[in-house]
Design a protein around this ligand. Structure first.
Ligand code: ATP
Ligand code: MG
Length: 186
């Protein structure tokens, strides 16, 4: 995945964000590349962008940034929305866990569980923190993907599109999570 793909993702979401009367700020360093399954990495970013859009109110500023640190490329998606209480932060990675405050919105509580599984698969250090106010999610790419990633088969593009479909049933997503978990444990 490259800086260009990250920038393209931001620009694809800009109209959606603006239609939702939210703002997008991007800060993407050129020349940054990370290794991994392109479709899974994009799916991870899509899930995080969708969350910022869906779980934050009108007027929220959503920031997408990519930079190269000494040891790792760092990608962050942050917002200044209502945020997540600190004691709930680790829980929102659990499958089907949704905060009381967001239950009225569409969703099954699986987006972040998938983000977590994809991050583990790639050896990405995933950090959730308070953005004072809002939620900040940082992904530190070591550029040494988990060794198990290499010999495993790629997901077919059909499988990936299932992930992004809003109409996806919980059952199909659950099967997919199981396959990601199996993929990790091999
Ligand atoms: N940017 C955010 N701001 C505030 N709360 C958030 C944010 N992102 C996630 N959350 C909280 O974490 C919960 C879990 O997120 P997750 O992406 O796993 O599920 P979802 O968005 O509810 O549904 P799905 O992603 O399966 O459509 C959300 O329901 C919401 O309560
Ligand atoms: Mg979600």
């Amino acid at each position: 995945m490259t800086d260009e793909m990250t920038a393209r993702l931001g620009e694809s979401y800009r109209p959606v964000i603006e239609d939702n009367t939210q703002l997008l700020k991007t800060s993407i360093e050129t020349g940054v590349r990370v290794t991994g399954d392109r479709e899974l990495l994009m799916q991870m970013l899509v899930n995080l962008m969708e969350n910022a859009i869906r779980h934050c109110s009108s007027g929220t500023l959503i920031s997408l940034s990519l930079s190269q640190g000494d040891k790792a490329a760092l990608l962050t998606i942050a917002d200044n929305g209502c945020g997540v209480p600190s004691e709930e932060l680790p829980k929102i990675l659990r499958p089907f866990y949704r905060l009381e405050q967001g239950r009225s919105s569409v969703g099954s509580g699986l987006g972040l569980a998938l983000v977590d599984a994809i991050a583990r698969l790639h050896g990405i250090c995933l950090d959730l923190s308070d953005n004072g106010p809002g939620l900040k999610i940082s992904l530190a790419f070591s550029n040494k993907p988990n060794a198990v990633l290499q010999p495993q088969p790629r997901y077919s593009s059909d499988t990936i599109s299932v992930l992004s479909a809003r109409t996806t049933s919980g059952l199909r997503i659950r099967k997919l999570l199981q396959s990601v978990a199996g993929y990790l444990s091999v």
